[in-house]
Design a binder for this molecule. Structure first.
Ligand SMILES: [Fe+2]
Length: 274
């Protein structure tokens, strides 16, 4: 049977690529180290398949078609379409059709109704963390796009439940595979709105603290606080999926670097899997 061998979370943001050379050296070092640390943990866990949970930044979908959750079931998916991501070394990346479809089927059996796609473009939300992690060997990647950029979005509670569902699907998949979950997005940031550039450090620190406590307290805190902390903050939903996969326990902060140059409160975390 397959097993869950890791759960991870990392921020993303276009300026982590586009402004990288202009990030103050101390912050650049810390962010680079944190990404690489996650990469080393993924390598150490001998991950065969990485389930990457991210918002789609209008690379696959637009306002005429906004799936709440879309699961990539293809043998292959595309690398990032953004022109400024063209130096990312993968134009195509292997998925895992069997596991992807098993997640869809398990979800439907369990009262979740995802959409699915046989070919997705994995934009900067997934590929910035994968790039900056400097992985020795790229695992197969099953992309899951979770709408965390356009209202209405799935509830935080449902995102957490999706994590539990993913674990159930992984652990009932008959092939011997080592699988990890990576949630990407957040923490506080604001894009294309009046508060663009704002980072709410106190809120991020409290969010991080609550990841170490009871999930219901974390969810209540975020439900109340997210609407005033910038639209990008909503992407913490992807962290909640990783948290749910880990059973709401074992959170470990790798680093938190609020970086005005990349306009994101950048967080990096992993979970102990029991
Ligand atoms: Fe994003």
């Amino acid at each position: 049977m397959a097993s869950l061998v890791g759960a991870f979370a990392a921020s993303h943001g276009p300026l982590i690529i586009r402004e990288w050379e202009n990030v103050p050296p101390g912050q650049k070092q810390r962010m680079g180290d944190a990404f690489r640390e996650l990469g080393q943990r993924i390598t150490a866990a001998k991950v065969d398949v990485l389930i990457a949970v991210s918002p789609d930044h209008w690379s696959n979908f637009f306002l005429d078609n906004v799936p709440t959750i879309c699961i990539g079931v293809g043998e292959v998916n595309d690398g990032p379409p953004e022109p400024w991501m063209k130096a990312f070394p993968h134009r195509e990346m292997p998925g895992h059709a069997g596991l992807g479809m098993h997640i869809v089927e398990t979800a439907l059996e369990q009262g979740f109704e995802p959409s699915f796609s046989h070919r997705l473009k994995m934009d900067h939300g997934i590929c910035i963390p994968l790039w900056r992690m400097e992985l020795a060997k790229m695992p197969r990647v099953v992309p899951i796009f979770l709408n965390s950029i356009e209202t209405p979005m799935p509830t935080l509670r449902r995102c957490y439940q999706w994590g539990g569902l993913l674990r159930k699907a992984i652990e009932s998949y008959p092939e011997k595979l080592r699988v990890a979950v990576l949630g990407t997005g957040g923490l506080s940031h604001s894009i294309g709105e009046k508060t663009m550039g704002a980072i709410h450090e106190d809120f991020d620190h409290e969010t991080i603290r609550r990841f170490g406590g009871a999930p219901e307290d974390l969810i209540a805190f975020l439900d109340e606080g997210l609407p005033a902390r910038g639209n990008g903050s909503e992407e913490v939903r992807n962290w909640l999926v990783a948290h749910g996969a880990a059973g709401g326990r074992g959170f470990e902060l790798v680093d938190y670097v609020p970086s005005p140059k990349v306009i994101v409160g950048c967080g990096f975390a992993s979970w102990q899997i029991n």
